[in-house]
Structures are given as C-alpha cells and as structure tokens.
Unconditional design. Structure first.
Length: 125
C-alpha cells in the first residue's frame, strides 16, 4: 500500500523523517513515524508543522512496507493515519532533532548533486 510521509531535506545526505514521541501508559517513550493514507492530509499536517516553526518539508509517497522495514531497523514504530482523520501535531516539540536543516549555499552544492537536481527537473518536463 502506498502511503505518504513527511521528510526534511529530502534526497540529501541530511534527510530526516518526521516522527512524534509518544509515551505509553508505563511511561516508556516511543518514536512513531506517521504514515498518511492521503497526500492531502499529509500536506495539511506539514503546514501545521511549519506554523510551529518547523523548516519546510516534502511529502513523499512510499510503500508502507518500506516505512515499516525502516522503522524496525531504526527502533521506531509507525502508525497509519487514516484518510480524513484529523491528525494534529503535538503542542510541544523536542528541543533538538537528530538532523539539522540544510544550509548549503549554491557554491557548496557538489557537481554530482547539481546533475541529480537537473535530471530530476528535466524529468518533470
């Protein structure tokens, strides 16, 4: 099944996937990657994150099995947000993320990265 996830710095070495930290009844914290059935719901959630001063993000379509495999390997859990379900980001966020917003200037972008971007843009035409 195809789902939509929220990525930061998509397709870079510094890529990060959005997750929420949830605490179970025993007081244990769990990092949970949200998988959205609907692209519109993922976009709406992403815009709410930006309103909380998160950097711009990218919505990426991916097979749910790939997300589940990633989560299992990284010690995360995943949760499916059903289409039309109004998911709202938590009011508080972690102070520090495992990734940092991309801050490259055009001069710092490698030739290979520029070529990859050019090919991707050409593919859109």
């Amino acid at each position: 099944m195809r789902v939509f996830v929220i990525l930061f710095n998509a397709r870079t070495e510094n890529e990060g996937i959005y997750s929420v930290k949830l605490t179970d009844p025993e007081g244990q914290d769990h990092n949970v990657v949200l998988m959205f059935e609907s692209e519109d719901d993922a976009i709406r959630y992403s815009l709410m994150l930006e309103a909380q001063d998160f950097p711009p993000s990218t919505i990426e379509a991916i097979e749910s099995e790939e997300v589940e495999e990633f989560c299992a390997g990284a010690g995360f859990e995943c949760e499916l947000v059903a289409e039309g379900e109004l998911a709202v980001p938590p009011e508080s966020n972690v102070d520090e993320t495992d990734w940092q917003p991309e801050t490259k200037t055009p001069e710092e972008i490698s030739a290979a990265e520029l070529e990859r971007i050019r090919r991707r843009l050409e593919g859109l035409l």
